[in-house]
Ligand binder design. Sequence first.
Ligand code: C5P
Length: 216
Amino acid sequence: MIVVIDGPAGSGKSSTAKAVAANLQIQFLDSGALYRVATLLYLDVNKDLPQFFDTLRESEISFHFKNEKFHAYLNGRDVSDQIRSMEVSEHVSEVASNPDVRAHINDLMREVVKSDIYIADGRDLGTAVFPDAALKFFMVADLDTRAQRRYQEVKAQGKDVTLEEVKQNIAGRDEKDSNRDSDPLKKADDAILVDTSEMSFEEQVAFISEKIERLI
Ligand code: C5P
């Protein structure tokens, strides 16, 4: 069974999904992290597209969720911290707009979720990747709230960024993610809209957990 949460950057999808997964003892899949791992490969080959596709095909991208932590691996190496760098954030939407990259990551996700109950977060999960998901949520919040949340997150990791840089990055990604040709960020018609601008984190988690609990 799969439940999906889509929405723009910083809307609270990942942290909410993670807490819901821990609460309900189900698995969590951060699809953005997989695009970020692909972006590491792209940067490793100096943005050489043919070489990037070769390496992507030959590489193993995997992940593991334990104790409310999502770990992403590239060829067995834990790259969870590296994928959160500003450099990766600046290039990830460009990489994710490529239909071959999307097909590769989608195949990987569809295979993995066959084996357990998952809550996954992303941009196009309810519309393109898992159109038959058991439940779909679309999480939104105003830009200032989202920028402030992301800023606190990156600062807590000791990174040297300004609020304005974070705000520009997420606004730029939203723009690219919403306007790309292949599977743009979009609310599925049957997704439940959750505006977290005025909701506490606990309220978000309780709202979503309660709806899933009715199904499992
Ligand atoms: O969720 P996160 O902000 O880490 O995602 C990073 C980027 O990955 C997004 O800005 C988007 O370009 C891409 N992405 C995507 N489709 C998904 C999840 C993420 O295109 N399902």
